[in-house]
Write a protein that binds this ligand. Structure first.
Ligand code: 3EB
Length: 335
């Protein structure tokens, strides 16, 4: 693997992690959920079934430069001079809101110890995301805790420095799992002209708006990497095509295409839907074939996409799609 950030998807955990692994997220319901602190690399274990029969999917982030690693609070991290990966796991004790605040404080603390000022992309996995506890939908509680940690740590909750993110549901009782990639230079947040910025959603979606940008463009050594947040069938701030998974998938892909257009306008990059690598979260197993067919049609050929079964943060959403475009690996480097 080369020096630029790389993402590799493996069918199972290798016996040992290569030296250039920054951090790992595993999906699947075979392994126990949680974060394994005994591992040599930060490992976010997400208890989420894979749609393709495969028991596990291992998402390994790699970058061939000298690494250091550590733990602080609930966070486990590994970093080189360009990228930092942080995995956080918090058991929910008092409330999801306080667990979220604790997770984010650990995340920001880990970044600060290594002078990584800029979280670029954050993945959030929340047990029973559409359930209710303490009289409020759990995703809304999560949003309160997240926003209050951002504010408490002196971070903006709107505008250019808000990281890209996603937030999906896991099994009730699972711990809160958050993982992130961060950099030392400010990424550019990209918003979607078709959608209200999530940090400006009206309060009918919850007392505190979600703190995330639609995409984040990082530039390392002149090579841009684009992280597209979880994207759904939302135009303005409203869910469209309730009950119609094919139309929701098409609307979601129109949103991602609009983000790529916007990225082209602000930075002159030239990515197209077919250049991205995807993760698709599908609420109902019976809808996976439809989602796959729509993604394949929009890309012109079947893209690299991991299909997962998950609850989405609004009850009326049936699908959410995230994506990345990474610099090509340098020629001549062994895999
Ligand atoms: C949306 O656009 C759909 O709370 O971090 C997408 C990506 C969504 C990230 C988050 C939520 C989040 O509002 C949901």
């Amino acid at each position: 693997m080369g020096e630029a950030l790389q993402l590799q998807l493996l069918p199972e955990r290798p016996a040992a992690w290569p030296d250039d692994v920054l951090g790992v997220a595993t999906y699947g319901s075979r392994v126990a959920s949680g974060l394994d602190c005994a591992e040599a690399v930060p490992l976010a274990v997400i208890d989420m079934p894979i749609a393709d029969h495969a028991p596990d999917a291992v998402e390994a982030w790699r970058s061939a430069r000298p690494m250091r690693a550590g733990h602080i609070g609930d966070a486990s991290w590994r970093a080189n001079d360009a990228w930092m990966f942080v995995a956080v796991q918090v058991e929910e004790r008092a409330s999801l809101r306080s667990a979220t605040e604790a997770a984010y404080r650990s995340l920001f603390e880990a970044l600060a110890t290594q002078d990584y000022a800029y979280p670029v992309r954050i993945w959030n996995y929340i047990a029973d995301i559409n359930g209710e506890s303490d009289g409020l939908e759990r995703y809304r509680q999560f949003n309160i805790g997240r926003q209050s940690a951002f504010l408490g740590c002196g971070r903006d909750v709107s505008g250019d420095s808000v990281p890209a993110a996603c937030a999906l549901g896991t099994r009730p009782g699972a711990p809160l799992v958050v993982y992130a990639l961060a950099g030392r230079t400010a990424p550019l947040a990209i918003e979607n002209p078709r959608q209200r910025s999530a940090y400006h959603y009206p309060s009918r979606y919850g007392p505190r708006a979600p703190t995330f940008s639609r995409a984040s463009l990082a530039d390392w050594d002149g090579r841009p990497a684009l992280f597209v947040s979880g994207t759904a069938s939302i135009v303005g701030h409203e869910t469209l095509h309730v009950g119609d998974v094919a139309e929701q998938t098409r609307e979601t892909l129109r949103n991602i295409a609009a983000l790529l257009d916007q990225t082209r306008r602000v930075r002159g990059t030239a990515w197209d839907l077919r250049d991205l690598r995807y993760k698709a979260y599908v609420r109902h197993a019976a809808d996976v074939a439809t989602v796959r067919a729509e993604i394949t049609r929009a890309c012109g050929a079947e893209p690299d996409c991991l299909y997962l079964l998950a609850d989405i943060c609004r009850r009326d959403l049936l699908v959410e799609i995230e994506a990345v475009a990474l610099p090509a690996a340098e020629a001549g480097c062994a895999a």
